[in-house]
Design a binder for this molecule. Structure first.
Ligand code: ZN
Length: 413
């Protein structure tokens, strides 16, 4: 799948600090310890609707992970999927009397535009579900051969994963079985499907159904489930025990738990990822932004209204990535005012020492992406610069580069 063009990232003097991130599986902020090449997988969208601010907040959080690692001297192998075949896409296409493939292509194109406008560093591997069907099928065959997956005997061709055969099932989400069942039913699972061994068993493969697209594969005709799609795409490009598995907090269970269990069962190795990192949800008018509630603010709509994408970026980074937080008109106004001050300050011909600011921003971002304090640090520098304190002629350019490279905010227009 075609990715999107990457923004130029200025090289900063010196080197950034090792990144510490909150890991859901161990419930603590722990150092990431990547090798020369840091490996990150972030779960992508299902392209049946446009990118909303909740998506944007998630991809921004992992964009900062990417930028902090690069500043620390690592290469970054970043992989993202796009679920371009799944039930929600087919349901939306049927509702709107549209071809599911055309709908998916259109929303994927819009997503690329939004990511480009927000200056998200693109993945090296941007992989669609359809183009990776053979990869998922190969894993499913291996799981069936190992006895940890089974085909239902009802003639549908559907294949399920047996969660009771996973050695450490539940370690990623740390939920009790009641909470797991609740989320499973709420988020696409089918606890009451007849013929399953365990209520929490997720489907790996859906056999052909009338009116639905299907593909021939080593498992037979049909299409893969969502969890095995991510397992296959991640494993085949990053291998086991990659550094960060990322997504919104609504992927905590079942999606990330199941993807990890599939990968661990098929390889016999543990863990699937070293850190499981989850971004908080963005709310509007007191409720989480979600398709089912219809309270979505689309990035493309804001772009259409000529909102500066850097203001969207600054507004979302003004809260900590793990917090559920509201989107409000005043949040966007404050971000615009902040950007205007920063732009005025970096247009001066001198300012206070920017090396100190660079150190502060590096330290704050390395501490579980503390953007709240990082933005305040830039504010303080700008305030001092605008009150004509500081005579370093190189400072405005270094601040421009710092804000660009680490926060992804371009101050030039
Ligand atoms: Zn995923």
């Amino acid at each position: 799948m075609q990715s999107w063009p990457g923004p130029a990232i200025p090289k900063l003097p010196g080197r950034g600090l090792p990144l510490r991130l909150y890991d859901t599986a161990t419930a603590q902020v722990r150092p990431t310890a990547p090798g020369d090449t840091a490996r990150m997988y972030v779960c992508g969208i299902t392209p049946y609707d446009a990118t909303h601010l909740g998506h944007a907040a998630t991809y921004l959080a992992f964009d900062l992970v990417n930028r902090v690692w690069r500043d620390g001297g690592h290469d970054v192998h970043f992989v993202e999927n796009i679920t371009d075949i799944d039930d929600p896409l087919l349901e939306r296409a049927a509702r709107d009397h549209e071809d599911w493939m055309v709908l998916g292509m259109r929303e994927t194109a819009l997503f690329r535009e939004d990511m480009t406008a927000l200056r998200i560093v693109p993945p090296q591997d941007y992989i669609g579900a359809v183009e990776s069907i053979d990869e998922a099928a190969a894993l499913i065959v291996a799981l069936v051969d190992a006895g940890v997956a089974y085909r239902l005997e009802d003639g549908t061709g559907d294949v399920y994963y047996d969660v009771s055969r996973s050695q450490r099932f539940g370690y990623e989400s740390r939920l009790d079985s009641e909470a797991m069942l609740g989320f499973f039913a709420e988020r696409g699972g089918d606890p009451d499907r007849a013929g399953k061994r365990n209520r929490l068993d997720p489907h790996l493969w859906r056999g052909p159904r009338p009116g639905e697209p299907f593909w021939e594969s080593a498992v037979g005709p049909g299409r893969p489930g969502w969890h095995i799609e991510c397992t296959a795409i991640a494993l085949n490009r990053l291998g086991m025990s990659f550094d960060v598995q990322g997504g919104g907090s609504d992927l905590l269970f079942p999606h990330h738990e199941m993807s990890a269990a599939h990968g661990e069962s098929v390889t016999g190795q543990w863990p699937f990822a070293r850190h499981y990192v989850h971004a908080g949800m963005i709310a509007l008018d007191g409720a989480k932004m979600s398709k089912s509630r219809g309270n979505l603010v689309f990035v493309s709509r804001l772009r259409g209204e000529k909102v500066d994408p850097m203001a969207i970026r600054a507004a979302l980074l003004a809260g900590h990535y793990r917090e559920d937080r509201p989107w409000t008109a005043s949040l966007l106004d404050e971000a615009r005012a902040r950007l205007a001050r920063w732009r005025e300050a970096v247009a001066l011909d001198a300012g206070p020492d920017a090396g100190l600011l660079l150190d502060a921003v590096r330290r704050q971002l390395a501490d579980d992406l503390d953007t709240v304090n990082a933005l305040s640090s830039v504010d303080r520098w700008a305030t001092e610069a605008l009150s004509r304190r500081g005579r370093d002629p190189g400072a405005p350019q270094l601040v421009r580069d710092t804000v660009d490279a680490l926060l992804g905010i371009a101050l030039s227009r």
